[in-house]
Each structure stands twice: as structure tokens, then as C-alpha cells.
Design a protein around this ligand. Structure first.
Ligand code: CA
Length: 225
């Protein structure tokens, strides 16, 4: 899951960023409205978190412009203001949710998780593909009812595959949505992680649940066999 955070207050931005990364989200940060808008236009985000009071373009304007461009990703507004008029204004500009500062990190992450679930139009936190079951709330993964222990990165990678089951996933998509670090496309780090995942998930190496699409990337089959 890749999240864009647009917040000019450094302390709040780094607090949110650290917290989101600890929850295994990939985070890009912008400190003004113009940069935030540019990033949102160039990259695809699963969620955008927008502060309202920003230098340059304010959050309401950025939100409106993104919605006018047809952006459908959920947008959460952050603000120090708490009047009803401001809340209504934010929601009218196309935001999906609104959080008044200061807020507890628990409430913030719960709302983030709810917004990300809402985009998938599913209420459940359970993802299934073949006999693999992944719970996004508990981060537990089971294969044929047996619990599989995954590292945080392996978990994020599998979650990304399961959210896009049966689609071809390129290495670029994986590096953008699963990794915070940039690494060059010649790096074989993704292949190493995919192979680690396979060795934990596959009972039969010849019929891996994650198939290689030669020259392109990978695909996770939603039906086993
Ligand atoms: Ca601000």
C-alpha cells in the first residue's frame, strides 16, 4: 500500500511517516500543496493524506483539483480547525474522511485502514487466493489452514500480490508499492524476496502459487492448480 502524505509541519509529518512505515505502508511525503499535487498526478497512491493549511496551494484546493482530474483514491484531510463549517467544506471538496489535530495514532491508523478497505469495496480484512488466507488486521497468513511465518517485507509483498491476484505485477510496481527504498531495476532483491515467499508457501515447487511472467514480472493465481 502506497500512501502520499502532504503536511508542512515537520514534527507531525515525521511522526505520521514513522508510524505508517511501522505499519508497513510505503510513504511519500510532500511539504507543500504544489509538490503534493505533482506527486499525486505522477504516481498512483492507495491513499492521500492532506493537511488543509499548507504553503502555496491549500489542501482543499489540492483535493478539488485531484477530484476534477478524476482521481478516485481515498483522501483524508488533516487540520487543526474543528468547526462544522470546515469539516463540511473539506468533505464537499471531495475528501472521504477528516481528522482534527491533535489525534491519537491509534485512531489515525484505524481510519487509514478503514479507508483502504473501503476502496476495495469489501468490509472484510481477509484476503483469499487459492488456499492462502491473509488477515490484514492481524497480519496472519495461513496456507491450507497452516499458519505461515513471514517477515514484514514478505508479508507486504504477499499482501500486494493478493490485492492484485491474477494481474501481472511488474518489478517496478513492486518496488513502488512494497519498498520505501529506491533501488535500481537491475537489483535482484525483488526476485530474492519472491523466491523466499515461494519457498514458504509452495508445497510443490513445480506449481508455484506465484508464477513468473517472463520478461515482465509475476502473477499470483487466485485459484490453485
Ligand atoms: Ca499545516
Amino acid at each position: 500500500m502506497r500512501i502520499l502524505l502532504v503536511e508542512d509541519e515537520k514534527k507531525i509529518a515525521s511522526f505520521i511517516e514513522r508510524g505508517l512505515k511501522a505499519h508497513r505502508y510505503v510513504v511519500d511525503t510532500a511539504v507543500d500543496g504544489e509538490t503534493g499535487l505533482e506527486l499525486a498526478e505522477v504516481n498512483s497512491y492507495d491513499l492521500i493524506i492532506l493537511d488543509i493549511m499548507l504553503p502555496g496551494k491549500d489542501g482543499i484546493t489540492v483535493c478539488k483539483e485531484l477530484r476534477d482530474q478524476g482521481l478516485e483514491s481515498p483522501i483524508m484531510m488533516l487540520t487543526a480547525k474543528s468547526s462544522v463549517a470546515d469539516k463540511v467544506h473539506a468533505l464537499h471538496s471531495g475528501a472521504d474522511d477528516y481528522l482534527v489535530k491533535p489525534f491519537s495514532f491509534e485512531e489515525f491508523t484505524a481510519r487509514v485502514a478503514a479507508l483502504l478497505r473501503r476502496t476495495r469495496k469489501e468490509k472484510s480484512s481477509i484476503l483469499e487466493a487459492g488456499d492462502i488466507v491473509l488477515d490484514q488486521m492481524t497480519h496472519k497468513v495461513k496456507k491450507a489452514d497452516k499458519e505461515i511465518a513471514l517477515t514484514p517485507k514478505e508479508y507486504s509483498l504477499l499482501e500486494y500480490f493478493m490485492l492484485h491476484a491474477d494481474q501481472v505485477i511488474t518489478r517496478t510496481m513492486i518496488s513502488e508499492h512494497v519498498w520505501n527504498e529506491d533501488f535500481d531495476s537491475f537489483s535482484n532483491i525483488i526476485d530474492v524476496f519472491v523466491n523466499n515467499l515461494r519457498s514458504k508457501l509452495d508445497s510443490d515447487r513445480k506449481k508455484s502459487c506465484i508464477q513468473t511472467v517472463r520478461g515482465v514480472g509475476y502473477t499470483l493465481k487466485s485459484k490453485s492448480g
